[in-house]
Design a protein around this ligand. Structure first.
Ligand SMILES: Nc1ncnc2c1ncn2[C@@H]1O[C@H](COP(=O)(O)OP(=O)(O)OP(=O)(O)O)[C@@H](O)[C@H]1O
Length: 652
């Protein structure tokens, strides 16, 4: 099994990587720097304004636009944490490598990059001008591939945990220990299903899955579980598919008097967790003074090297010193890091970050992966190979990881079939406990997703089951704010969808929009805000990117703090009021990717007090799940039929 499994994963990963890398290469080959800048993917005419030595002895450079140009950077899509390539304009030295790095900081006028290369004296720092371009981060694929190669390698002995996860026929299926009678819970607020999940995960010998439907306090449950493991003297590695999923847990743990260690590129972390990151811990260590001295010496030499030195002997001597100092720095830093990691019982990083060289020699009693239903299985294996026991948390009924490679099939054997899905499917309640009380949605908003997807098991907590917008301070009682569920049915063909071509990198992607629906949304947002609901308490979401554009044009300037975005981008978030524009309205009753239940589930479970749906009941009822939903809305929601002539007035 392990061989076949690893071979299939390697094949799927390669297909996915090829698509990503080829798209980027095609784009880089096709466009010159100015055109990349125009698309927001690059910045041109930059010069170095400062050079410093950062963590791990890496060179950190700050770039600004040439003095002859306006000092503000042109509009761009570069973000902190992006990988970039830095190319000099003038002909590079023979054999010179083009440096790459990670964006550390971006201001209106400058971009700061931490260079990846450590021992390369060819980095042409003295060049006058550079341009930078955003790259695909290939490192993720490399680490996932490495994990799969380890599983495939029959000379490497797999842990009991790995063999259970790979359904090795020689190993019994997952087991639990004797029931733990007395648990003293740290959080006295936990409900029964949360307590049961914690207990179950403590008792599991190798693997436990916590299924957390929307709003059910999955993070609170995980925090309790981590505290329980730590109280038992166990060493815990906590991971998630994204930096934000990990940082959320770091923030929550630090409020519980735990001092977790966060491993990750500081440029990619929330500012609120930086005091837990490894680099900060190094600053607090006894080794700091000596590391600081080496850094200062490096800074001085690197600054000299950034001016063009014509004497080759002198340049060589300076680079030799840089190289020696960097080695010294890395040796001392490595020893310091080892001490910090050894003494930390709770380490947090992304699944990909678990493959960091810092953790190479370290094993953990427990690996916890949050949002596991959104992680590729191969990425989960990076931390799993370091652990004895695994706890996964997530919700397989919300959206899976986003991938680019298309498959005709769904389910087992595809790249977006997660480990979470696989374990639920294979072992069901033998490994799973589900959280049942949700603390987000009004009961009426919860009812349909609960009945149709969660076997009717979700219950709304007393505090939220009847809460309305009109209960918020300064919000008046109106026909809108006293309704938890409103459905604007645009049936009749007067609110038709449009096909819009969207350019995404080099590809023209067909997307759908619906101007008339956007106008109905505008009318509703105006009604809510006139009643006193704050802009920032409202989100407008839609499955189609072209409709996000349409809505932004109509509403963006009018309501600065209103959030407008795609359903996929809103997973994991919540707002007091959410308006969903379904977009599809056509004679053929085509519904495209609206038919994905998991996307609809995300859309309908984001609001706390008010859900407003705008859509054409006739078109969308083509799909059986949507048909059930529409029937539910017709029975339970305040159904409204917008008037065409009144709606077009909102174009103004
Ligand atoms: N047992 C509880 N009693 C009261 N409130 C709770 C309880 N558990 C969680 N909550 C509240 O519910 C909200 C969501 O909880 P939490 O942040 O832990 O969930 P989450 O995992 O982030 O959300 P989701 O379930 O959508 O993934 C928080 O405001 C939290 O305080």
């Amino acid at each position: 099994m392990s061989r076949d499994f690893a071979n299939l994963q390697l094949k799927l990963l390669k297909e996915e990587r090829d698509i990503e890398v080829n798209e980027t290469l095609a784009m880089l080959n096709k466009y010159h720097p100015q055109a990349l800048q125009k698309r927001g993917l690059g910045l041109t005419n930059l010069s170095i304004c400062s050079i410093k030595t950062g963590a791990a002895g890496r060179t950190v450079i700050q770039l600004e636009r040439d003095r002859s140009l306006p000092q503000n950077l042109p509009t761009h899509l570069l973000r902190t944490g992006d990988s970039v390539r830095l190319t000099p304009y003038s002909a590079p030295q023979k054999d010179a490598k083009t440096p790459t790095g990670v964006v550390l900081r971006i201001t209106k006028t400058s971009v700061t990059v931490v260079l990846d290369m450590l021992d390369d004296e060819q980095v042409p720092l003295y060049q006058a001008r550079y341009w930078i371009v955003k790259l695909v981060n290939d490192a993720t694929f490399k680490r996932m591939t490495l994990a799969m190669e380890k599983i495939r390698d029959e000379t490497i002995e797999l842990t009991q945990l790995a063999r259970i996860l790979l359904q090795d026929p020689l190993i019994a299926s997952p087991t639990t220990t004797e029931a733990i009678c007395e648990i003293k819970f740290f959080d006295s607020m936990l409900n029964e299903s949360q307590k049961e999940a914690v207990k179950f995960a403590l008792q599991a010998n190798h693997v436990a899955v916590i299924h957390g439907p929307p709003g059910t306090g999955k993070t609170s449950t995980l925090i309790e579980l981590i505290l329980q493991f730590l109280a038992r003297g166990l060493k815990v590695l906590v991971c998630g598919p994204s930096n934000i999923s990990v940082d959320n847990i770091v923030e929550r743990l630090s409020r519980c008097n735990i001092n977790p260690l966060r491993i990750g590129h500081p440029a990619r972390l929330l500012s609120t967790v930086l005091n837990h990151c490894l680099e900060y811990r190094i600053l607090l260590s006894d080794d700091r003074p000596i590391l600081h001295d080496i850094k200062s010496e490096l800074d001085t030499i690197i600054t000299r090297l950034s001016k063009k030195i014509r004497n080759a002997k002198e340049r060589k001597a300076l680079w030799d010193s840089v190289s020696a100092l960097r080695k010294e720095y890395q040796k001392r830093e490595k020893a310091c890091v080892e001490k910090i990691i050894k003494s930390s019982h709770c380490i947090l990083t992304t699944c990909h970050g678990a493959g960091s060289h810092y953790l190479n020699a370290h094993k953990f009693d427990v690996v916890i992966i949050d949002e596991a239903s959104q992680a590729l299985e191969a990425s989960c294996w990076i931390p799993i190979l370091k652990g004895r026991k695994l706890v996964l948390a997530g919700d397989h009924l919300q959206l899976p990881p986003t991938i680019k490679s298309k498959s005709d099939r769904k389910g087992p054997g595809t790249l977006d079939y997660s480990l979470f899905d696989r374990l639920l499917h294979t072992y069901r309640e033998k490994v799973t406990r589900t959280l049942e009380i949700q603390y987000r949605m009004h009961e009426k908003i919860m009812r349909f997703p609960s009945d149709s997807l969660y076997h009717g098991k979700l219950k709304a907590d007393e505090k939220v089951k009847g809460h309305l917008l009109s209960d918020l301070p300064d919000v008046q009682e109106t026909e809108d704010t006293t309704q938890p569920l409103i459905f604007y049915d645009t049936i009749g063909g007067n609110f038709p969808e449009q096909i819009t071509d969207e350019e995404e990198f080099k590809l023209l992607v067909e997307s759908k929009s619906n101007e008339m629906e956007a106008l109905v949304v505008k009318k509703h947002v105006i009604a809510l805000t006139n009643a006193g609901v704050k802009n920032e308490d409202i989100a407008v979401i839609t499955p189609y990117n072209a409709q996000v554009g349409q809505l932004s044009i109509l509403l963006g300037d009018l309501f600065i703090n209103l959030e407008i975005g795609s359903v996929d981008g809103f997973q994991g978030r919540e707002k007091e009021a959410v308006i969903v524009s379904l977009v599809r309205s056509n004679d053929k009753r085509e519904i495209g990717f609206l038919a994905e239940k998991r996307r609809l589930n995300v859309a309908m479970t984001r609001p706390k007090r008010h859900l407003c749906i705008v859509g054409d009941s006739e078109t969308v009822s083509r799909d059986s799940f949507l048909k059930q939903w529409i029937q539910f809305l017709e029975d339970e929601a305040d159904v409204r039929y917008p008037d065409v002539y009144e709606t077009v007035q909102y174009r103004k």
